[in-house]
Structures are given as structure tokens and as C-alpha cells.
Design a protein around this ligand. Structure first.
Ligand SMILES: C[S@@+](CC[C@H](N)C(=O)[O-])C[C@H]1O[C@@H](n2cnc3c(N)ncnc32)[C@H](O)[C@@H]1O
Ligand SMILES: [Zn+2]
Length: 278
């Protein structure tokens, strides 16, 4: 079956998970190539089976080069211990999962390989990210959408993944089922510290305090789990590591070259997982 046919079938079977991002009404019709709401707003399915739900072009700093570097680093298993922790936290492993700001899609793919079942949807405001995701990973439904005008229906989601991506707690609350979980990953103080240490300028240590406080305003009983490890890094991947994160973009050319000439062999992943239950 072609990808577009598979997606059309998925949408027919899961239409109630979506709503029109323009008028918030339900979708009533799925054609071979279009999704149409009760007020006749329509959205096209692409050949790769993705749907583009944005009303205007986004402002986004993540380009294809950066996304491809993120993919290489993900395929080098940098996030595997983090994703193992996420997998263990997910209480409904057969539930409906939404990955908010999913990037190039490697996280859902790895969770699926670990045994996560159920319906999985990944969305990102970047069209390039969703193209990369849909080209490689077929177990999930992928769409281009903005968290601020989301095309998802209320109270249908068991798990919301929010890994290194923006949050909108009112929207999360609308989307989550009773008993559903929000799993948010934010950098800890030592996250990729080897990159920070490359900079000659004394930079202030990173603090996630504001982000963590905001989470607790919405989930006073939320849980916090620290995940910290070192990953053995292939020196060939140093340029991708510097490309995949804003921490690397800020470095000067000479500093980057120094890192390539004298590569570090370990990279620290320090993350805080914040888990909120509705
Ligand atoms: C640092 S990347 C993280 C990507 C992925 N979750 C990962 O861990 O590799 C942040 C992502 O959030 C996406 N993003 C930013 N604003 C968004 C919005 N309003 N709606 C959906 N995605 C958004 C970006 O396009 C980008 O892919
Ligand atoms: Zn509509």
C-alpha cells in the first residue's frame, strides 16, 4: 500500500483524534488526498502521507542540515538511556501518544522498538522535520502543525511527550485524557557540558529553574526524575554534535575547528524528566 493510502486509512480509522485547527470543529470527511472539516476547511495529504496543518509559514531556526545532524546523533544512540527512562514511565503502553515538537522522529521510532504500542502521532512546526520523519519511520502518523493552533481533539491522548520542545500547558490539559501523562524532558545543569566548556568566555551555568517552576505551577504533584549519563562519542560525529544544538551554533569557527582537531570522546547527557498526571 502506498504511504498516502495508508495515511488516508489511518485518518478514517482515527478521525476522532483530530479537529480543524481553523474552526475547531470535527473533521467529517477523508478523501484519498484531503481531510475536510464540517465547515469545509480542507487540508491536503502529501505523497509521503503527512498532513500540513499550518495556516501560515512558520518562523523556525531548525533547518534540514541541523535536523540531519540530530538524526545521526540519535542513531548513534545518544538518547537511548533517556528514552529507556521515558519508556518505563509511560503507564499506558498501548495508549494514544502525541509527540509534541517531535523533530525528525527518532524518539517515537525507538520507543516503538522498545515495545510501545498503541496509536502514535508525531508533529512539528517544521515541514523539513516531518518530511525526514515520514521518509524513514512508518510506525507513526506524522503531521506539520503548530502547538499554538493544534489540529488535535480534546481529551483523547494518554501520553504527551514534550522532549526539548516548547510547552503550552493549557493546550496539554485540553488534549490529555483523565489519568493521562505529560512527560517533559528539559536539560539539566550539565547537559552537553563538553560543548559549553569549549567556549573561552565564562558562560553562566545553565539553569532550568524557570521551566521547572512553570511545570509545577500546572502540576503541583508532578514527579521529577534526573537522568544523567555519559555517552561514548565517535569522533567523526563531533561536527554533527555541534550542528544539532544551539549550544554549538553559538561557537566561533576556530573553537569548532579545535573541537574537531582535539575531539572529546565522551559527552554528558543530563536531563530532568518532569511527569505530570491529569
Ligand atoms: C530542540 S528540537 C527537539 C526535537 C525533538 N523533540 C528531539 O528531542 O530531538 C525542538 C523542536 O520543537 C519544534 N517546535 C518549535 N515550536 C513549535 C511549535 N509551536 N509547535 C510544534 N513544534 C514546535 C521545532 O521545530 C523543533 O523540531
Ligand atoms: Zn474548519
Amino acid at each position: 500500500m502506498k504511504k498516502i493510502e495508508k495515511s488516508s486509512l489511518f485518518l478514517k480509522e482515527h478521525l476522532s483524534l483530530f479537529q480543524c485547527p481553523i474552526c475547531q470543529n470535527p473533521f467529517t470527511e477523508v478523501g484519498q488526498q484531503q481531510l475536510i472539516c464540517s465547515h469545509q476547511h480542507s487540508f491536503n495529504l502529501s505523497k509521503k502521507g503527512t498532513v500540513h496543518f499550518l495556516m501560515k509559514p512558520p518562523h523556525n531556526e531548525y533547518d534540514t542540515e541541523m535536523l540531519q545532524s540530530r538524526r545521526k546523533i540519535a542513531q548513534d544512540q545518544l538518547w537511548h538511556p533517556l528514552l529507556k527512562a521515558v519508556f518505563d514511565i509511560i503507564s499506558n503502553k498501548e495508549g494514544t501518544l502525541l509527540d509534541v515538537g517531535c523533530g525528525e522522529g527518532s524518539h517515537i521510532h525507538h520507543l516503538f522498538k522498545m515495545g510501545l504500542r498503541g496509536t502514535q502521532i508525531g508533529f512539528d512546526i517544521s515541514k523539513d522535520a516531518i518530511q525526514l520523519a515520514a521518509a524513514e519511520y512508518t510506525e507513526a502518523f506524522w503531521c506539520v502543525a503548530d502547538l499554538a493552533h493544534s489540529p488535535f481533539a480534546a481529551q483523547k491522548y494518554d501520553t504527551i511527550l514534550n522532549i526539548l520542545s516548547p510547552s503550552n500547558y493549557m493546550e496539554f490539559d485540553r488534549l490529555m485524557k483523565e489519568g493521562g501523562q505529560l512527560i517533559k524532558a528539559v536539560p539539566g545543569e550539565h547537559y552537553l557540558k563538553e560543548i559549553r566548556e569549549l567556549s573561552d568566555q565564562q558562560t553562566k551555568p545553565y539553569s532550568n529553574e524557570d521551566v521547572v517552576n512553570k511545570f509545577y505551577e500546572h502540576f503541583p504533584d508532578g514527579e521529577r526524575i534526573n537522568v544523567q549519563y555519559e555517552h561514548d562519542l565517535d569522533k567523526e560525529l563531533i561536527p554533527d554534535l555541534l550542528e544539532m544544538t544551539p549550544l554549538g551554533w553559538r561557537l566561533g569557527k576556530e573553537v569548532k575547528q579545535k573541537a574537531i582537531n582535539q575531539p572529546f570522546t565522551k559527552i554528558t547527557v543530563d536531563m530532568v524528566l518532569l511527569v505530570g498526571t491529569k
